[in-house]
Design a protein around this ligand. Structure first.
Ligand SMILES: [Zn+2]
Length: 221
């Protein structure tokens, strides 16, 4: 019965990981959040994550991962790299090896707390260009983590097969729709809530929200 167990949520303060935080709160007895500071262009991201964790009294660890920026600069960490889509390869926002490292560090932290459940908002549906968001990668890493630490980790990916519309629906089911809409930060330009409206992350978030609202209106009629 997982209700009695502890989970670590990989938490950025964005729509997806905040929805996962609510999911974990409902699924597990104890929840710990972990945020990685890898020199994101916007400190706002860390502040937003801190505030959300504090709002729900969730123990929150912020781990320094500056090394990642040193090794694999991306448009998320360097002002001089523009955010753009690229044919045949991941967009410039892709941070090489990010989920490999984040999930591994989350697992190491989890083991200190005897928390074998790791929750992450990775998703194949919207981000097909990111190889480490794939289900096969997560399953493979799960096996590796268990072998490396001789521990029965279970990596949970509640958003893996959802599109943005369905992620809004999940937030709504969890009673967190308004909270997620107003308090999370998805925007590449560091603007909370509905964001700048122009960057790819804002557009994806807004399209999903519009579709979800439309479907809901359809249901009411
Ligand atoms: Zn934006």
């Amino acid at each position: 019965m997982i209700k009695n167990e502890k989970a670590v949520v990989v938490f950025s303060g964005g729509q997806d990981s905040t929805t996962c935080l609510f999911w974990a709160k409902q699924t597990f007895k104890d929840v710990i959040a972990v945020t990685f500071n890898y020199g994101q262009r916007h400190d706002a991201e860390i502040d937003v994550a801190k505030k959300i964790a504090a709002d729900f009294n969730i123990p929150h660890h912020i781990l320094d991962m500056g090394l990642l920026n040193q090794l694999a600069p991306s448009a998320l960490t360097r002002d001089e790299i523009l955010i753009k889509e690229r044919d045949g390869q991941p967009p410039t926002t892709f941070v090489e090896g990010r989920n490999l490292l984040f999930l591994s560090f989350a697992a190491i932290l989890g083991k200190q707390y005897d928390a074998r459940h790791i929750v992450t908002g990775v998703c194949e549906t919207d981000f097909s260009g990111y190889p480490d968001c794939r289900d096969s990668f997560v399953k493979s890493l799960n096996v590796t983590l268990n072998l490396s630490m001789d521990f029965d980790f279970v990596i949970h990916t509640p958003l893996m097969w959802l599109d943005k519309k369905q992620t809004w629906a999940l937030a709504d089911d969890l009673g967190a729709f308004d909270y997620v809409r107003e308090n999370t930060l998805t925007c590449y330009n560091g603007i909370k809530g509905s964001g700048c409206g122009e960057c790819p992350a804002c557009k994806l978030r807004q399209n999903g929200l519009d579709q979800y609202k439309e479907d809901k209106r359809g249901d009411v009629q």
